[in-house]
Ligand binder design. Structure first.
Ligand code: NAI
Length: 255
């Protein structure tokens, strides 16, 4: 599989920790210069430092994905470093009030989650596509979730609505920009072992064994497992794949 990213620039939102950090480490190991765009400055700088200490190329740009000007600055940082933006991974996301059924969700919670998980992806794509049109192409991979594909009785209606919206944005943008050489796909993970999972367990959404039991395999997924799928979709290994929402869910949506 030709999954080399040598000479490419890759902007990754939400890469201070969790799945985003695993993607950043893998892409840097495959030769990309990674731009870590995250609201968490300490975590983002640490991820970038770890990559450079291991011989990779990485820089951090403090970025709130709800801010169009922050995203423009993050894209500019990639272009300044590498002359163009080859790959963009829109991964930043939150899930803070898991476990609340739809009728108990507050407007405040809804608005915040949609602002980060859905509007943030649109704003990210807006900045990235503007640059990719100017340079003549690029590749975008958005972070969705199995929650955007099927109904899950976990008290995450706002999160599911946002992730379903990310899948729809991905498909729409893929056909809008196909002729301009921009490929756009989404990844839909099942339950991945990260801080976000710990928060869901603390919020009472499920216990860890219950979370693992959502997968037919009975095992949780690691951030590194998910990162491999992002590499496939970001690289030329998937050059005719666009508009796809690919589950990495240990069979969760197959039944
Ligand atoms: P995480 O909580 O470990 O990492 C999320 C990252 O996003 C953090 O670095 C955080 O600082 C950053 N972030 C949050 N708000 C931001 C903002 N406004 N601007 C910029 N950065 C921001 O979570 P995890 O699990 O790594 O999640 C990453 C993505 O994967 C999210 O979109 C999540 O919805 C999605 N996902 C996670 C699954 C899981 O089971 N952990 C399953 C399916 C999807």
């Amino acid at each position: 599989m030709d999954a080399s990213l040598t000479g490419n620039s890759a902007l990754i939102t939400g890469a201070a920790q969790g799945i985003g950090a695993a993607i950043a480490r893998l892409f840097a190991a495959q030769g990309a210069t990674v731009v870590i765009a995250d609201i968490n400055e300490d975590g983002g700088r640490k991820t970038a430092a770890t990559i450079t200490e291991n011989g990779g190329e990485a820089l951090f740009v403090a970025t709130d994905v709800t801010s169009a000007s922050d995203l423009d600055a993050a894209v500019r940082a990639a272009v300044t470093a590498c002359g163009r933006l080859d790959v963009a991974i829109n991964n930043a996301g939150i899930e803070e009030q898991g476990g609340a059924p739809l009728h108990e969700l507050t407007e405040e919670t809804w608005d915040k989650l949609i602002a980060v998980n859905l509007k943030g992806v649109w704003l990210s794509m807006k900045a990235e596509i503007t640059q990719m049109l100017a340079q003549g192409g690029g590749t975008i991979v958005n972070m969705a979730s199995v929650a955007g594909l099927v109904g899950l009785p976990l008290g995450i209606a706002d999160y599911s609505a946002a992730k379903g919206g990310v899948v729809a944005l991905t498909r729409t943008a893929a056909v809008e920009y196909a002729k301009q050489g921009i490929r756009i796909n989404a990844v839909c993970p099942g339950v991945v072992r990260t801080a976000l999972l710990d928060q869901a367990i603390t919020a009472g959404m499920f216990t860890e064994p219950e979370a693992a039991a959502l997968h037919p395999t009975g095992a949780l997924i690691t951030p590194e497992d998910v990162a491999q799928t992002f590499l496939y979709l970001a690289s030329d290994a998937s050059k005719h794949v666009t508009g796809h929402a690919l589950p990495v869910d240990a069979g969760m949506t197959a039944g």
